[in-house]
Design a protein around this ligand. Sequence first.
Ligand code: 1CP
Length: 372
Amino acid sequence: MTDATTSALPDAHPLVSGRTAGSPLVRALRGDRPDTLPVWFMRQAGRSLPEYRDLRVGTAMLDACLDPAMASEITLQPVRRHGVDAGIFFSDIVVPIKLAGVDVEIVPGRGPVLGSPVRTAADVEALTALDPTSLAPITEAVARTVAELGDTPLIGFAGAPFTLAAYLVEGGPSKDHIRARTLMHADPETWARLLDWAADVSGAFLRAQVTAGASAAQLFDSWVGSLSRADYLAHVAPHSARALSHVSDLGVPRIHFGVGSGEVLHDMTTLGGDTVVVDGVGVDWRIPLDEAVRRVGTDVTVQGNIDPAMLSAPWSVLEDHVRDVVRRGGAARAHVVNLGHGVPPETDPDVISRVVELVHALGDGRTVGEPA
Ligand code: 1CP
């Protein structure tokens, strides 16, 4: 866990200078219950916003990520529009692997696609380390963003080694990540080398964002739900720990998120050890938050878990659901309200703004009663 007093961050960093240390997000991640619940949304930047679609015309996704002015503007758009309690840095989990020399692009409507998949020991051997100077556009975009955000914290993020490996081995989006899971068992040494490489690339990307001004760090293991618990513990958790270790000396709150993570929710907080090593755990929509708290205990803040499907339901249905999420989150030491996964592209942005207003009207989250 993190402690601001042991931070190796520069004095001007928002977390150290005091700009964001008292923000609802940072307080909640550190285990406190602020008067107002913090709320932000995964995939709040991009896709559902018309101002995003206008700005992106004619620019490929990864080019947008590497254009500091554009990445910064897209990060700020949902903060201005919705009044959320944090910005999430506009980038992608494959940006650092591209900067490390992997031939990858993001195909519209599909996702990350590789020129050639990484499937053999020789393929893994050929991967090269990330040159830290290549992260300059990321550092610049974060610095610009943080200068505009004032007291609102920016969340930096990276892909967890397993989720990155799911793209690297498959060569693109896949359903059950069969080829990746086969490699894990067929050639565990090559698998371990691949995940260590991915951990270091993601770790450097995360560290660059935090040192440039991000006040929290989230590791996305979006596809962890395809793993058994035994495989998670033996073949994945140690590498996720390695990715997060890249920021452990910085005293920044760390959040770990996965989809379909019920079987491994507790392990995602301990990364296979005996004690909780992250500050927040993201919960998808499948498990009610009070049940999640039963699984992870009260040494960690929970984040989540509005069902993204509810965003297009009638307001009264969505409102009841949000109140229920907040009420169940009352079982946790602290709660950061979010979705159980990302904002669907077809979501009406006004609905998101309305959810923010509702959450902010619910106080510290512990006064929301049973539905009438
Ligand atoms: O053309 C477009 O508009 C591209 C769509 C898009 C966007 C806006 C992609 C392609 N990535 C992003 C931004 C992005 N990706 C962010 C920053 C903005 C925000 O969250 O508000 C973040 C944090 C990510 C992280 C990411 N990329 C994850 C982990 C989070 C998650 O959603 O599970 C994953 C799995 C990816 C891969 C990816 N990139 C893009 C797509 C469509 C996908 C998923 C593909 C698949 O289903 O396998």
